[in-house]
Design a protein around this ligand. Structure first.
Ligand SMILES: [Zn+2]
Length: 270
């Protein structure tokens, strides 16, 4: 594909990827999905370690890869655009949010260069986070993205994806006006205060918990059984909103944080 004019004034360069298509059933994207690029295993690992940005770029511009994103944010804060925002980039894969399963058609995908869980979750450099914040603000203003629709890949593909990971500073983004976030509720200890739900539990309390997660947007059926999907959704939620402990168990802190988030949502004019 030919080069194209960047959608954002923050873009340092355009590197056109052939991996994109028409947005389906949606005139304009109003969601942002954040990713980390991750570290490949096997022979590719050494090349990635030497030039993670360059290798990520190469991969997302290779027609055989069938993956892409609209933007790539390098470790030094440089922003490259690979796919025009008007087109549907291929970053979310099998995913779901608020009942919509074609997240790629609804969203702008931003890949952040970071080796991820395979490398022990290295910190995101401040310059890179500043760039992610600036880019999210720019996309949000231009496309009127509601704060609660700035999401992690793990939010829309729980159990299948874990990026950008529990070290990603959502709190810092929120302080800069990006995303929907509340201070995580503290851990409460003691037998009387710990009606934790977890794998093996079932019944009305589990159904009520599933209903709350589904109300917020997570793809979760109200089965009344604390199954693998429920565990995956709770872990995804923790990664984004209560990152101090990611174990897939609905403890008091997790459930209170979810309630606070939903309450804050209804007071928002989005
Ligand atoms: Zn991803």
């Amino acid at each position: 594909m030919q080069d194209f004019a960047p959608d954002s004034r923050l873009v340092a360069g355009v590197v056109a990827s052939p991996n994109h298509g028409e947005r389906i059933g949606c005139a304009s994207a109003d969601m942002i999905v954040l990713h980390y690029t991750g570290l490949p295993t096997g022979e590719a690992e050494a090349a990635w370690r030497a030039d993670p940005g360059g290798e990520a770029l190469k991969w997302m511009c290779d027609p055989r890869a069938q993956v892409s994103a609209h933007y790539l944010v390098l470790e030094d804060g440089g922003i490259l655009q690979l796919v025009p925002e008007a087109r549907r980039a291929w970053h979310a894969g099998l995913s779901s949010w608020l009942g919509e399963s074609d997240v790629n058609s609804l969203s702008i995908g931003i890949e952040i260069v970071n080796a991820g869980h395979a490398a022990g979750l290295p910190a995101f450099p401040p310059a890179q986070i500043d760039a992610v914040i600036a880019l999210c603000r720019d996309v949000t203003l231009r496309r009127r993205v509601p704060p609660a629709r700035v999401l992690a890949h793990s939010d829309v593909s729980p159990g299948r994806k874990v990026d950008p990971g529990e070290r990603f500073p959502w709190d810092e983004l929120a302080r800069a006006g990006v995303g929907h976030y509340v201070e995580p509720a503290p851990f409460l200890e003691g037998p009387a205060l710990a009606p934790t739900l977890g794998p093996g539990d079932e019944g009305q309390p589990v159904r009520a918990l599933q209903a709350m997660f589904a109300l917020y947007g997570y793809g979760l059926a109200l089965t009344g059984v604390y199954d693998k999907t429920t565990q995956d959704v709770v872990a995804a939620f923790q990664r984004h909103f209560r990152p101090a402990k990611v174990d897939g168990r609905a403890d008091v802190s997790t459930v209170t944080t979810l309630r606070d988030l939903i309450a804050a949502l209804s007071s928002q004019s989005v």
